[in-house]
Design a protein around this ligand. Structure first.
Ligand code: PHE
Length: 453
């Protein structure tokens, strides 16, 4: 056990975990959720969810991972041997595997859009052309599959390289690059004419829009965005060293993730408002509206619109890839540790399996769209079942496990590094895990299922 690989540095651990958290959820989903739910008011509720529910559950997942020194699929078996809790671990592996499948499809789209941006494919188009361009591409039976394969292969090679030389090293390169790009883009966007309208929308809370729906939406968004509920961060925590401060790491990851989400809003809204486009919902915001926004907003300086489009899709791809790596690692580590496959053989199996799920999800948007489950095509069904049912369930189990089942000395020991750190917030943390989080998540859960019926 003691020869388990570790991240080489605390900073490496933070970058890797933040890389998992920062993803399409921040740059794509957060801005349109905020856009639809009252801008700044949503952001305030979201912040509450991140700090009240998200961080304690993240520390709980870190505890499970670091204490067991096992990937999520084996962690519960180590900590509560012979009990049914092991199924929570398996649930996490399955969830991660399924998310990887469809998440890689959208990640692949970012590569197509980098290509389009680079080759000048956005210039001289009308608003309607951007819609057709996106529809034709995403419904095409072949082209998205090539990009899907590309994303899975990039992810594969990073994971095969291992925890230190693959995951940690790549995050240490990609995350700083992502920060530079996002700051640059935010500055460009904020200097556009009429940018203050977008800013006002994002920073001026409209509390009349805060309904219970907003509250529950913000909580769901917090889970997805922080990579909680499927043991992704618990698998990464199994590579943390014994001196890693779990509370501080969770706080850093939470802050970075929120910072990137808010900055994405600062890019998207001022740009959209400056050309008079209402922030739209769904995938169309970044794949249809934004190329148009960049063309129009910087139309007088074509170089700027070219550079901004390329930079934006590179940013999106970087964010997506550090997340697909963490998703791939969950299943690969499981096959490696449980069935003793070599890491590369395990990764080949996961990549091949994800390719199948990815192909099905991608075709579900085009030629297979007539096949539906509960009125949803297979892509939307996968998204619904994983993000809205499996993640909240996994998060709730992690909270209950650490709050009620795990030995109290271990729970406190992990947070304080066995007496080396002070933990004044410990009673609050345990109270949240025991009561607030399970009840809160049960509420999201009921809400989402209510939506189904
Ligand atoms: N947190 C990632 C995002 O915001 C998505 C993700 C979810 C990654 C769950 C890993 C596990 O895009």
């Amino acid at each position: 056990m003691s020869d388990r690989v570790n991240f080489g540095s605390r900073l490496g651990a933070i970058f890797a975990a933040a890389g998992s958290a920062v993803g399409l959820g921040n740059v794509w989903r957060f801005p349109y959720e905020a856009g639809n739910h009252g801008g700044a008011a949503f952001i305030l509720v979201y912040l509450g969810c991140v700090f009240i529910f998200g961080l304690p559950i993240m520390i709980a997942e870190f505890t499970i991972g670091r204490r067991s020194k096992a990937c999520t699929g084996g962690a519960y078996e180590v900590l509560a041997p012979g009990t049914r809790w092991r199924w929570v671990g398996y649930l996490g592996v399955l969830t991660g595997f399924l998310i990887l499948g469809y998440y890689s499809v959208v990640s692949g789209w970012t590569l197509e859009y980098i290509w389009q941006a680079l080759s000048g494919g956005f210039s001289g188009k009308t608003s309607a052309d951007y819609v057709t361009m996106f529809q034709d591409f995403s419904q095409d039976p072949f082209r998205p599959l090539l990009w899907l394969l590309a994303i899975l292969l990039i992810t594969h090679f990073v994971v095969v390289k291992g925890v230190k030389d693959g995951i940690e090293k790549s995050s240490k390169i990609m995350m700083p690059l992502l920060f530079v790009l996002i700051l640059l883009l935010a500055v460009c966007s904020l200097t556009l004419p009429d940018a203050e309208k977008g800013l006002e929308f994002l920073l001026n809370p409209d509390f009349s829009k805060v309904t219970s729906d907003v509250f529950l939406g913000a909580m769901g968004q917090a889970f997805f965005s922080l990579s909680l509920g499927m043991g992704c961060l618990s698998t990464y925590a199994s590579y943390f060293g014994k001196h890693t401060n779990l509370g501080q790491t969770a706080m850093s990851v939470g802050l970075i993730d929120t910072f990137v989400a808010v900055l994405s809003g600062l890019i998207i809204f001022p740009a959209a408002f400056s050309v008079g486009i209402q922030p739209d919902a769904g995938p169309s915001l970044i794949f249809i509206t934004l190329p148009n926004v960049f063309q129009q907003a910087f139309g007088e300086v074509p170089v700027l619109s070219y550079v901004c489009s390329v930079a934006f899709y590179v940013l999106l791809a970087l964010a997506a890839i550090t997340s697909t790596i963490s998703l791939q690692e969950v299943s690969t580590a499981f096959l490696h540790e449980r069935f003793h496959f070599t890491r590369s053989r395990a990764a080949v199996l996961v990549t091949a399996g994800s390719l199948v799920v990815g192909i099905i999800s991608s075709l579900a948007l085009g030629v297979w769209s007539p096949f539906t489950i509960g009125g949803m095509n297979l892509f939307d069904a996968l998204d619904f079942v994983t993000a809205k049912i499996m993640l909240p369930l996994g998060g709730m189990f992690a909270a209950v496990f650490v709050g009620w089942v795990l030995d109290k000395h271990v729970v406190k020991g992990e947070v304080t590094n066995y007496g080396l750190l002070k933990s004044p917030y410990y009673p609050v943390y345990v109270f949240i895990l025991r009561f607030i989080a399970p009840i809160g998540i049960a509420l999201i859960f009921v809400n989402e299922l209510g939506w189904l019926g």
